[in-house]
Design a protein around this ligand. Structure first.
Ligand code: MLT
Length: 212
């Protein structure tokens, strides 16, 4: 299939398993749309994969930061809106339902912002090394959507208390949150692969809907 021109440069891999919820892959700072395709294939075999490229004033990330771990929230809100609009465009272009996000670091942070700002565009999310994206989150209703948060016990960027706050905010927004802290730093490793495979695998085709 040739890639249609949409508002984000992206890769789309059609699914081969009917009923499987598509994955929205959101890479970390310095990455691109190719980065998480192998991970997506590994943790949700047969699912369609939609993978946009984050680009913020020439920087390979999804939104602007003022310093490491300090976000430009106005920029984040605008770019979360842009990403939500892209997801809608891609759903129409490829004929797929709302995806479940799999985001790493900067990609996990914009996925967390999407859950709070535009909950209707995602069927759920797996957030690897995410932190609180918005100091004052809006009141959102995630309607029981499943959310997995994977934190690293040795992560020098995301303090444990910050990840715990994110888990509380999403739980308060009516998500079904599972928060696990792995013996890991900020990087993605084997423990993440195992946890993600188990989480996606436990749900199976069609089981990632809010009602499941
Ligand atoms: C990063 O370097 O990407 C940060 O750790 C997370 C972010 O800026 O969103």
């Amino acid at each position: 299939m040739s890639t249609p021109t949409l508002s984000f440069t992206h890769r789309f891999v059609p699914g081969s398993a009917p009923g499987q919820v598509p994955l929205l892959l959101l890479h970390g700072t310095g990455g691109d749309e190719a980065d998480l395709l192998p991970l997506g294939r590994a943790v949700a075999p047969g699912a369609a994969l939609l993978s946009p490229r984050g680009l913020e004033h020439g920087a390979p990330r999804f939104f602007r930061r003022l310093a490491e771990g300090v976000f430009d929230e106005g920029d984040l809100r605008r770019r979360a809106d842009d990403l939500a609009d892209f997801i809608g465009e891609a759903q129409r272009a490829y004929g797929v339902p709302a995806p479940i996000a799999l985001g790493f670091s900067n990609g996990a942070n914009i996925a967390a912002a999407l859950l709070l700002l535009r909950p209707e565009v995602l069927a759920g999310a797996a957030l690897v090394r995410a932190m609180v994206p918005l100091a004052e989150p809006p009141t959102a209703d995630l309607g029981g959507r499943p959310v997995l948060i994977l934190s690293g016990a040795l992560d020098p960027i995301v303090p444990a208390a910050n990840a715990a706050t994110l888990a509380r905010q999403l739980t308060a927004a009516n998500a079904r949150v599972e928060h696990r802290t792995l013996p890991a730093g900020h990087g993605l490793g084997q423990a993440d692969l195992a946890a993600l495979t188990a989480w996606f695998g436990a749900r199976g085709a069609g089981a990632l809907s809010p009602a499941a």
